[in-house]
Design a protein around this ligand. Structure first.
Ligand code: UD1
Ligand code: CA
Length: 481
């Protein structure tokens, strides 16, 4: 049925000059996704039969990023005629048989959520209007198009700020830049829109006035939450819109049972997933597709990127990327957990420890001052403080394999490739170059030799020599007594 058909056109051809960036504006990320990515994610929940994105500025980069994440979106190229009206016209030309409603969105307005937009489309359909504008009454309308109402309170037309008279510019009701149109109304009137205006562009905002002139009905939906209309034109707005989006995500997880101690310093990407009874401490960043299971405590001062964190794990003051942290495991403070780290249940990666591409078994601990790379560690292992895997010989990376129940002494170097058998032990300061059989004790440090009187003889006149002399005299007195 015609009245239930929906196409969505996302405008993303503009230049975004005020961002002053090499990166096209709509590709700037907030909450782990590009601005246009948020708009397309929302669009994908609205049941549209077509989702089109109009591109032109940095066309290949923008189109490439969109196609990668939203393979169902159709990329439409705008030609050299500028303006939002032209953008919609080329998008409609690409779906010549479509005859339903068209929802027009901007690639730089990521805060309009699916609930708001589907209510907007429903409102348009219920009103039986040829066009419905989303509008908002704001404190500072500068930069926006203003909504001009007629004597009866109906929408008469939109005037752009640059074309507005002083009286028009004083109007506080703005055009949010989101619209629903009947496709037939656009097809009929867009060709008549000219470029005779302050910006020399073909304005989409001329359509309401043209429809009214043709006796058609134009409705307005005034949003109560003006933040859904906020767009990004510069870096200050990027941060503000990012903050608002984060506040929404934080609140969503709070209502799902997550304790978030300090919402203002907790940043959660849109794709992250948190179970009930997770606690996030201040200054914590949960990024990418990170998943945290119930009872886990994260932070303070922690960043997790694309990690899996098991039940009741504790991660304090640490940085982890593409890592799996087992249930009940303990990480930090001050751990650097790099890609490919898999820490088993109840394991520990402790203070000033860096790990990479390593499996650390259940109940195994790397508690202090260590670098563990390209290593497999069995269960219930304890590595002494200062364990270093020398995994790189300038040519290739090699693995260290450590069995179950191994305990190593402090300050060991494991020169890979090397294997430590189950239950083996190593002495303090060992440089382990050869495999250690199961149950063996590996020692590589020469026995200690004390050269008596060396300081007095070789460092005469120093404080150390004087101290040694005093200690000798005290020992002699004790012997004499
Ligand atoms: C537009 C509206 C204005 C409204 C405001 C809301 C017009 C003429 N004006 O102004 O009434 O208050 O949005 O945010 O529509 N774009 C294209 N092709 C173009 C030009 C722009 O695709 O040729 C895209 C941009 O990438 C952007 C969107 O359309 O995503 C809006 O364009 P922008 O230049 O930001 O319009 P505003 O001046 O903000
Ligand atoms: Ca804009």
């Amino acid at each position: 049925m015609t009245e239930n058909r929906l196409a969505i056109i996302v405008l993303a051809a503009g230049q975004g000059t005020r961002m002053k960036s090499k990166l096209p504006k709509v590709l700037h990320p907030i909450a782990g996704r590009s601005l246009v990515g948020h708009v397309l994610t929302t669009a994908s929940h609205l049941g549209a039969e077509h989702i089109e994105v109009v591109v032109r500025h940095e066309r290949d980069q923008v189109a490439g990023a969109i196609v990668e994440q939203f393979p169902d979106a159709v990329i439409v190229d705008q030609d050299e005629i500028p303006g939002t009206g032209r953008a919609v016209e080329v998008a409609l030309d690409a779906i010549p048989d479509f005859d339903g409603d068209v929802l027009v969105l901007s690639g730089d307005c990521p805060l309009a959520d699916a609930v708001t937009l589907s209510a907007f489309v429903d409102e348009h359909r219920a009103a039986g209007a040829a066009a419905t504008l989303m509008t908002a009454v704001v404190d500072d309308p500068s930069g926006y198009g203003r909504v001009i109402r007629d004597g009866a309170g109906g929408v008469d037309r939109i005037v752009e700020q640059k074309d507005a008279t002083t009286e028009e510019a004083a109007i506080a009701e703005i055009n949010a830049g989101m619209y629903v149109f009947r496709a037939s109304a656009l097809r009929e009137h867009l060709p008549a829109v000219g470029v005779d205006n302050a910006q020399g562009e073909k304005y989409l905002t001329d359509i309401p006035g043209l429809l009214r002139g043709a006796g058609q009905r134009v409705a307005a939906s005034v949003v109560s939450d003006v933040t859904v209309t906020f767009g990004v034109n510069d870096r200050a707005q990027l941060a503000e819109v990012g903050r608002l989006l984060n506040a929404r995500i934080v609140r969503r997880w709070q209502l799902e049972g997550v304790t978030i101690v300090d919402p203002a310093t907790t940043w959660i990407d849109d794709d992250a997933k948190l179970a009930p009874d997770v606690t996030l401490m201040p200054n914590t960043y949960i990024a990418g597709a990170t998943v945290v299971e119930s009872g886990a405590m994260i932070g303070p001062d922690t960043s997790l990127v694309d990690c899996e964190v098991g039940q009741d794990a504790v991660i304090r003051r640490s940085d982890a990327t593409l890592a799996v942290i087992g249930a009940g495991a303990n990480v930090g403070p001050f751990a650097y957990v790099r890609p490919g780290t898999v820490l088993g249940a109840k394991g520990k990666i402790g203070t000033f420890v860096e790990t990479k591409n390593s499996q650390i078994g259940a109940g195994s601990k790397v508690p202090h001052l260590s670098y563990i790379g390209d290593t497999t560690i069995g269960d219930r292992v304890n590595l002494g403080a200062g364990a270093i895997t020398a995994n790189y010989d300038d040519i290739a990376k090699h693995r260290t394999e450590i069995g179950d129940e191994v305990h190593t002494g402090s300050h060991n170097v494991f020169v890979a490739p090397v294997r430590i058998g189950d239950g083996a032990k190593t002495g303090a300061g060992a440089v382990v170059r050869k495999d250690v059989p199961p149950g063996a004790l590996a020692l590589s440090v020469a026995p200690q030799r004390n050269v008596e009187g060396w300081v007095e003889k070789n460092r005469a006149g120093t404080g150390a020599a004087a101290a040694a002399v005093r200690a000798g005299e005290a020992a002699n007195r004790e012997t004499a007594e």
